[in-house]
Write a protein that binds this ligand. Sequence first.
Ligand code: NAP
Length: 307
Amino acid sequence: MGHRMRTAIQYELGGPEVIRIVEADRPEPRAGEVLVHVRAASVNFGETKVRSGVAEVGPPPFTLGSDLSGVVEQVGAGVGDFAPGDQVYGVFLIGTYADYVAVPAVNLARKPAGIDHVQAAALPVAALTALRAAETAGDLRGRRILIHAAAGGVGHLAVQLAKLRGAHVLATARADKHDFLRGLGVDEPIDYTTHDFTQVARDVDVVFDLVGGDYGKRSLESLRPGGLLLGATLHPGVTEQDARDRGRRYTWVSLGTEGRELDRISALVSAGHVRPHIERTFPLTELVQAHELVETGRVTGKVVITL
Ligand SMILES: NC(=O)c1ccc[n+]([C@@H]2O[C@H](COP(=O)([O-])OP(=O)(O)OC[C@H]3O[C@@H](n4cnc5c(N)ncnc54)[C@H](OP(=O)(O)O)[C@@H]3O)[C@@H](O)[C@H]2O)c1
């Protein structure tokens, strides 16, 4: 019998309580793969949707988890970029809530110097999504961008990238999060519970919508003619045709998953331009509680699992 490890698994779709922590055989890295000893993994809002079945990835059993930071244990045939002992982080869309995971080498990058595994694990999915959005937005110098759910995992990194690119940033969050947003550089925080954002945020060049639903069409009202709406949620609530009918543009953005894109995040982190905020960490044994917290939709920054 090979080495044993702990892994999270769910045998059915449902609430956080369907997640079990079980023992399993440690995987062997196949050609092109790296076996990583996981030290930290984050919980993304999207994973709560996969867990419950709102977002379909196929029938259970499966192991959730998309981000990881850890140490290379072993490399598969043909892997030249990494060696045992290297500190790495990466994005692997399903299965990182485990002590060990075999990940394609192309999905990994070297962990930025100067941040720990918890901070590194907070970055991949959220930062790569924010980077895609910032790049899709084009030249942001002197432009007005409205970011919805700006205090969340993707949002708080999107704010930092928008400020770095010279934008004037408007951002929605509850009032108790406005100091946090100002600390990130937000110019105009908007409390969406007391103000209709479409009345406060006018003539913006770009909206990055991380809420979806009715925010999709409503966000078109905040845009100047010709402005760009970027959606990223499962139910963006708007189509390209809706935007065209209003003389605006709409594009859906999705994260890149390659290590060489993460290298660009590493450079931004090392230069001090991007810093993840961690609301709370939980040990793997409390993954259920971590899912309960993320599912509230009220998280500031990121929630990270330690192993
Ligand atoms: N397309 C992709 O590749 C991709 C990648 C990653 C994530 N996503 C999607 O992007 C969305 C955000 O993900 P995330 O991980 O950043 O989520 P998250 O961290 O769970 O977001 C939490 C934040 O949402 C804010 N929020 C909730 N309702 C709001 C509302 N009505 N108006 C404004 N802010 C609101 C909360 O602030 P308050 O408490 O102040 O309300 C909280 O700070 C999710 O739908 C996720 O599935 C897509």
